[in-house]
Design a protein. Structure first.
Length: 101
């Protein structure tokens, strides 16, 4: 199943860093997020975009994972030639990750 079936996402940016949170719709699925949405899976999904380190933070109180992706926005808002220099559409790419049911 696609990650989007059990979670939604929010994004933010700071310079050339993209921050993407994935939040379980239902707290019972948070454990599955922690287990299935690994740094390795995220790196593979973003390998053509993210050129730096990816760090994952677990936010138990929100049932969320927060991924900080460095060197991900083509230099940042004022330098990127990307159609989406803020990286807001990257959340859609994250939610396309396939996970086991």
């Amino acid at each position: 199943m696609k990650l989007r079936e059990i979670a939604h996402s929010r994004t933010g940016d700071k310079g050339n860093i993209s921050v993407i949170s994935v939040i379980a719709y239902d707290e019972k699925n948070y454990r599955k997020l922690k287990e299935k949405v690994t740094i390795e899976k995220v790196k593979k999904q973003f390998e053509h975009i993210v050129k730096g380190k990816i760090t994952r933070y677990e936010i138990e109180s929100l049932g969320a994972l927060n991924f900080v992706m460095e060197n991900a926005l083509g230099g940042g808002v004022t330098r990127s030639l990307s159609i989406d220099p803020h990286g807001k559409s990257l959340s859609s790419l994250l939610l396309e990750i396939e996970i086991d049911k």
